[in-house]
Design a protein around this ligand. Sequence first.
Ligand code: ADP
Length: 485
Amino acid sequence: MLDVNQTVPTQALIGGAWQNADTGRRFDVRDPATGHVIASIADCGEQETRDAIAAADAALADWSAMPAAGRAAILRRWADLMIERADELARTLTRENGKPLAEARGEVMYGASYLHWFSEEATRAYGDVIPAPGADRRILVTRSPVGVCAAITPWNFPNAMLVRKAAAALAAGCTLVAKPAAETPLSALLAARIGIEAGLPGGVFNIVPGTDAAAIGAVLTASETVRKLSFTGSTGVGRKLIAQCAPTVKRVSMELGGNAPFIVFEDADLDAALDGLMASKFRNSGQTCVCANRIFVHDSVKDEFAGRLAERVAALTVGPGDQDGAEIGPLISEAAFAKVERMVSDALAKGGRVLTGGAKHPAGDLFYQPTVIDAVTADMDVMREEIFGPVAPLAGFATEAEAIELANDTEHGLAAYLYTRDLGRAWRVGDALHYGMVGINEGVLSSAAAPFGGVKQSGFGREGSRYGLDDYLEIKYMLMGGLSA
Ligand code: ADP
């Protein structure tokens, strides 16, 4: 069982109280590095979800009426406490998710940065006064919280994906019911406990962990009380949830899958491109939605780039996340592992060439060798689907136009990367890429100051930046008339 500390809650948080499921059911959380059970968590369902929605509704009036500076102070304290307890949060995160401890710590700091950011934005939800089409009138615009919101979050960033939604929602004056992924509920529960210690009033932030995601999701989406759903996860589940939100005309933010192109032009700084690619591709063992998924390198530098990449990748240290120096941890589940194996086999059957890796790693059942596959083609699964594993597929291209066409040939549009030292090309290609985020000579582009989100079937809505608050605010227009003497 969980031996990293004794402070991680194992129950649902509803209305400020820690509660078991009414049925008494519990589910196990496993360490993906060892397969060992590390915790047993309350397995919530429809009833607890309804209770959490009622608690969020009851808390809404006071929370939204609190001056923004008051909400900001609590969010700031929450961030400061998370930073103080970053080691404990990181250890818990690594145990349930598998990522290297240094990355887990980075994620906790990243999550906290959204709390800091939105604690500041909370006080800037400005309205407008607009010149009216008549001298005796004024058009007033105010922005008010959407109301009770729901969040459904994935296992790959179990702290940050939840905290950055909570930061924006709570800053705006909304209250929240969150369902974390069943693989990784501990980080969410621990972050919530710290939030309560920071002064979050009961009911403002509720967490309903559970294995029956469809049942919890059905209650959240059907509820007339819940006025907005923010989801981060797969495109398939996102589509379902959008449909489920239609009958109540709920607002939705969707941060869905990606299929990021990483383009290296012949004029690029190859050292910088390699550094950027290693960070973009192999962070979290390749399990992020902004990971480089398809690597396109100009024909004139491809062989050199591929050789140097394979050397760097072969030197990565694979091992449990809490092992000193580990850079690549386990994949999250057997299903994830089987998917990576299937995609590599498919690539090899269609003519791909393994430069390094290409098989299971002896560190444990869910460890896959960091892999580079050259000579990939558009018909391979590695080019069409999100890989979510430490596998880097490489293809060549001849012209800028071809690179753009290859890069845009996907239903997804989350993150894209390009490396060039030509300023004109940087703008041309950056403009031509149909993506919500473009890293130009940078492999890691996410920060609280920037709007994170996708276009096309990668979703809509933005998290972080000054735009992030808009997702949780309604615009109201009031016309004030009769002003003439
Ligand atoms: P992943 O492939 O990363 O696990 P998912 O989209 O399956 O992505 O999961 C992301 C989140 O969505 C998790 O919290 C998961 O439990 C939840 N989820 C999965 N299916 C549903 C569903 N039908 N309704 C609501 N939530 C769901």
